[in-house]
Design a protein around this ligand. Structure first.
Ligand SMILES: [Zn+2]
Ligand SMILES: [Zn+2]
Length: 207
């Protein structure tokens, strides 16, 4: 039995990244621990961590991965296509004056993989080649692919406009309207709200 799964948001780091702690009564999955491991550990309240997943490998989403993995012993999961760009993304962090994150060896995840707590992985490239969305019961974590009223930038290494639009259209097409969208930055929204009103990629662009 998975029990009721709840999503808690922890805003971390200089770019106000949303780290997410998804838990049932005794176990959790941590998504995008970008910084400030202590803030995330506090929300865990002693529950077991089954996995640490990065929606993509930009430094603002993975800065505290190593700390959380060392403190909990959980496996680190990321898409292989972003892992292959890890040196480029480390350079990018340093060029913006941030520290390159030290990362533990990952387990690769891809389209169709089911992570602990029944979380399903959808490959949603565009913001980065290995960007993933993480789908639960009634919600989806979209990383920097889809935001409330906006979409992810595509001008960083491996970014691709057409892929981003296709990924967002897939989210609109395959997920129910009332699904809550928890993005990598900013407030939550819903699939229906973005499909109808997103000013950059509305659903009209999809067909
Ligand atoms: Zn990003
Ligand atoms: Zn980000």
């Amino acid at each position: 039995m998975l029990g009721v799964v709840r999503v808690e948001t922890v805003v971390v780091g200089p770019l106000s990244t949303n780290a997410y702690v998804i838990c049932n009564n005794d176990s959790c999955v941590v998504v995008d621990p970008g910084d400030e491991a202590w803030k995330i550990m506090r929300v865990l309240r002693g529950r077991r961590v089954l996995a640490v997943i990065a929606t993509h490998l930009h430094f603002d989403h993975v800065g505290a991965v190593r700390d959380i993995v060392e403190l909990t012993g959980a496996p680190f999961m990321v898409h292989r296509l972003d892992w292959e760009l890890r040196d480029k993304y480390a350079e990018l962090a340093m060029s913006w004056g941030f520290k390159a994150p030290a990362l533990p060896e990952p387990t690769f995840v891809d389209e169709g993989f089911t992570a602990p707590l029944g979380l399903r992985i959808m490959h949603t490239p565009g913001h980065s080649p290995g960007s993933i969305s993480i789908i639960g019961d009634g919600f989806v974590l979209t990383g920097d692919t889809l935001f409330s009223g906006s979409v992810g930038r595509t001008d960083l290494p491996g970014g691709d406009d057409e892929a981003l639009i296709a990924s967002i259209c897939r989210l609109y097409r395959e997920l129910p309207r009332d699904f809550v969208v928890y993005p990598g930055h900013g407030p939550p929204t819903t699939i229906g709200e973005e499909a109808e009103n997103n000013p950059v990629v509305p659903q009209d662009l999809c067909y």
